[in-house]
Design a protein around this ligand. Structure first.
Ligand code: TZP
Ligand code: MG
Length: 222
């Protein structure tokens, strides 16, 4: 498999759903299946925080969710855990600034998708240099889904990155929902990444479909 192209990456980032078992009252596989049905384009398995599975239990849940993603033709990305991603042959890995060095991760995963969190122009440039396929930028708005989240930066951070000449695919994250998706797309994101807007929605399928529609509409109008 060759590296994903920038164009394909941008398409895939449209509605990027992130979840672990700790993010929903419902079983994770049920929520994910609904989300996939609703039109999610990329999925990240992020199993962390209080009550998260570890070891073999974590790997077993990863495999279950990975199978579901395969059925829908949606790439399956693993958060942080490079060894797990390699062990189950996931489609990619996402790492933050405090995780394993992105350059090392690129060496380990070959052509798999590499996502890196970046909060400013300097981190964005370093991620590109290290071989990232996309960067995750946020939190854009306040979030309750990440304990150690930085302060919300607002959609202007996306504009600043684009104005600085950063052309790598960007997914915006943090407090994004159907009512503010257009705003972040207009500021320069290629897609939106969400946990609670889908995982905590009364009907995850409807929430995913509404987000997909909002992102599509924003793309057409720019
Ligand atoms: N990184 C920055 S904000 C965030 C992560 C993982 C959490 C996003 O969750 P939500 O519920 O979509 O605000
Ligand atoms: Mg991390």
């Amino acid at each position: 498999m060759a590296r994903i192209t920038s164009e394909e990456m941008k398409e895939r980032l449209a509605v990027y759903f992130i979840m672990g078992s700790q993010n929903s009252e419902q079983p994770a596989e049920q929520v994910l299946e609904e989300a996939l049905d609703g039109g999610v384009t990329l999925f990240q398995f992020r199993e962390k925080g209080p009550g998260a599975f570890k070891g073999e239990d974590k790997a077993a849940l990863a495999r279950k969710l990975q199978r579901l993603c395969r059925t829908y033709g949606v790439p399956f990305i693993v958060n942080d855990d490079v060894e797990l991603a390699i062990a189950i042959d996931a489609d990619g890995v996402h790492v933050g600034q405090d995780d394993e060095d992105a350059r090392r991760v690129r060496e380990k995963i070959g052509d798999k998708i590499l996502g890196v969190s970046a909060h400013n122009v300097k981190e964005a440039r370093a991620a590109i240099e290290a071989g990232a396929d996309y960067i995750g930028v946020g939190p854009i708005y306040p979030t309750r889904s990440k304990d150690d989240a930085n302060e919300a930066q607002g959609p202007d951070i996306l504009r600043r990155l684009r104005e600085a000449g950063i052309t790598i695919p960007i997914v915006a994250i943090g407090g994004i929902a159907v009512d503010n998706a257009r705003e972040v797309m207009e500021a320069g994101a290629d897609g939106v990444s969400v946990i609670s807007a889908i995982a905590s929605a009364p009907v995850p399928k409807a929430a995913a479909a509404a987000l997909a529609a909002a992102v599509r509409a924003a793309r057409v109008s720019r």
